[in-house]
Design a protein. Structure first.
Length: 209
């Protein structure tokens, strides 16, 4: 067992090294200065000590199992007394409140993603853009993109070509029918004339007989 001076078996310690306190039913030796500095939380109901880092992620010192007041070097203290990663701070997703000395999410500014203070947003959610340090709806998104406009133009041109072709074929079909009707009418007139020309000859033939 770590930091145990005397033990009766592998599970229990009888005496810890100098400067350590025997806790958790004689199963753990904790540095007394760590206990004094609130790096461990004592749960009176369970009667055990638990490190703040085990209770709250990236926490170094805590008052209880849900309230941290000092984070590790990898963390930063957030307004709700938990710890966030330094990466979030470095990427400006949080800003440091000068009064509380705690970090606050930039989401406190409506539609904001990154910021430099509680009143200055530096980047916004999709569909919004920074204007006067705030996020306003990006009206450009309401318009059509260049690609969409080109697509609409080509679509309209294609539609007009189809309409023009349909009209052309319809007119051509109409004229063709008219030509056919005219030819038919000429043929009928020709047949009538032939019959009329043949009729007198037939009468003379009958008289001669």
């Amino acid at each position: 067992m770590d930091n145990c001076l005397k033990c009766d078996d592998k599970e229990k310690c009888l005496e810890c090294k100098s400067g350590y306190k025997l806790v958790n039913n004689n199963k753990k030796c904790i540095l007394q200065t760590d206990i004094d500095n609130h790096m461990y939380y004592y749960n009176p109901n369970l009667g055990i000590y638990t490190s703040c880092s085990s209770l709250i992620s990236l926490c170094k010192k805590c008052n209880d199992d849900s309230n941290c007041f000092e984070c590790t070097e990898e963390g930063a203290l957030e307004e709700n007394n938990t710890c966030i990663s330094q990466e979030l701070v470095e990427n400006h997703y949080y800003y440091l409140d000068s009064d509380s000395k705690k970090y606050i999410s930039c989401s406190i500014i409506e539609n904001c993603v990154t910021c430099s203070s509680k009143t200055v947003c530096t980047s916004c959610q999709s569909g919004f853009k920074v204007k006067n340090n705030k996020c306003e709806k990006d009206n450009d998104d309401d318009g059509l993109s260049t690609g969409a406009i080109i697509g609409i133009v080509f679509g309209c041109v294609g539609f007009l070509l189809i309409v023009a072709l349909s009209v052309f074929l319809l007119i051509k079909y109409k004229f063709k029918n008219e030509d056919n009707n005219l030819d038919k009418e000429k043929q009928e007139n020709y047949n009538i004339n032939q019959e009329e020309n043949n009729t007198p000859n037939t009468k003379r033939t009958i008289q001669n007989v």
